[in-house]
Design a protein around this ligand. Structure first.
Ligand code: NAP
Ligand code: GLV
Length: 308
């Protein structure tokens, strides 16, 4: 196969990615992009510079080494250039375990028990009915549905919010802007798994978070720009929200001195809820390149008008 694949993953050692692609596609020429490089047939990228797109004018498709394409869509892209995002590739199970951990930590008051243990203090708190902790998942796509499945295993009521109707067994579905208030009113633990698009930027703000049930808890594992951070802090401090687990932030890395680092009701992690797995991702991308070369359709094609 006389294909040329160009890898552009700034700031990351390309060696294992190049080796992986060469092993999976032995007839292809695989190289790390540099300015002025030969035109390639396929790009495999994460946050490439505009120059990559401007110079690589013969690309049949660009594969994004991640599920979210918000960074890619900030670039000026040729009309009709196919973008393909990662479709699970080992991230869904990680997301399910991260969200379940945050949910259990909050619901079972593990943080309080850890504090008690450090103080040598024995106190049994009464169990809380899980019916009082309905979990609402914003974004019922590949990751949101896997999270819903995991949370259901522990008998929490589950709600889902999407753009179009989604019929997911055991999940009370809501869709569209018109149903957002009803979804929020039916949610005590909010999990955000929306893509960042013009429609979703700042969607978690005072107006929406105020509509959650009293003492609600927020888990944002999607993108930081979905959340108005000051609004979240104000609602925690006013007592309307019980707290939050946040994996993503308006600005990353989270700035030194940011109130999230030390707020007693906020847990932070450094954008690790679902990490890109090199071998799973490469296997998926190589398989899709072969499928496209054979004229087959592939999952994960980005609809640029929707922004995801
Ligand atoms: P996906 O399969 O494309 O699912 C997106 C979901 O969001 C769909 O259910 C979609 O509705 C819904 N949605 C989009 N815009 C909406 C709107 N305006 N109103 C209501 N619902 C809307 O994406 P995914 O693979 O699950 O990934 C979701 C996001 O997770 C990614 O975009 C990325 O930003 C983030 N992520 C974060 C990490 C991390 O480590 N923190 C890792 C991976 C991914 P429809 O079903 O109607 O289309
Ligand atoms: C990570 O944040 C991703 O979008 O895959």
């Amino acid at each position: 196969m006389g294909l040329h694949i160009s890898l552009c993953h700034p700031g990351v050692d390309p060696t294992p990615w190049l080796a992986g692609l060469r092993a999976l596609l032995p007839k292809a020429v695989v190289s790390a992009w540099e300015p002025g490089a030969e035109p390639a047939d396929y790009g495999v990228v994460w946050a490439p510079p505009q120059q990559f797109i401007d110079e690589q004018l013969q690309l049949k498709a660009v594969f994004n080494i991640g599920a979210g394409v918000d960074k890619l869509l900030q670039l000026r892209l040729p009309v009709g250039l196919r973008l393909v995002r990662l479709d699970d590739a080992g991230m869904a199970v990680q997301m399910a375990e991260y969200v379940c951990h945050a949910l259990f930590r909050h619901y079972r008051a593990f943080e309080t028990y850890e504090q008690q243990a450090r103080a040598g203090y024995w106190l049994q708190r009464p169990p809380r009915p899980r019916a009082d902790f309905p979990v609402g998942i914003m974004g019922m796509g590949v990751l949101g549905q896997r999270v819903a499945q995991a949370v259901q295993q522990f008998d929490f009521p589950v709600r889902g919010w999407s753009r179009a109707p989604r019929d997911v067994p055991g999940v009370q579905g809501f869709h569209g802007v018109g149903a957002l208030d009803a979804f929020l009113a039916a949610t005590r633990v909010l999990v955000c798994l929306l893509p960042l698009t013009p429609d979703t930027r700042n969607i978690l703000c005072r107006a929406t978070l105020s509509r959650l049930q009293p003492a609600a808890y927020v888990i944002n594992v999607a993108r930081g720009a979905l959340l108005v951070e000051d609004d979240l802090l104000a609602l925690i401090d006013s007592g309307h929200l019980a707290g939050a687990t946040l994996d993503v932030f308006q600005s990353e890395p989270l700035a030194p001195g940011h109130p999230f680092w030390t707020h007693p009701c906020v847990q932070v992690t450094p954008h690790v809820s679902a990490q890109t797995l090199e071998s799973d991702s490469l296997a998926q991308i190589a398989g899709k390149i072969l499928a496209l070369e054979q004229g087959q359709s592939v999952a994960g094609i980005v609809d640029r008008t929707r922004g995801y």
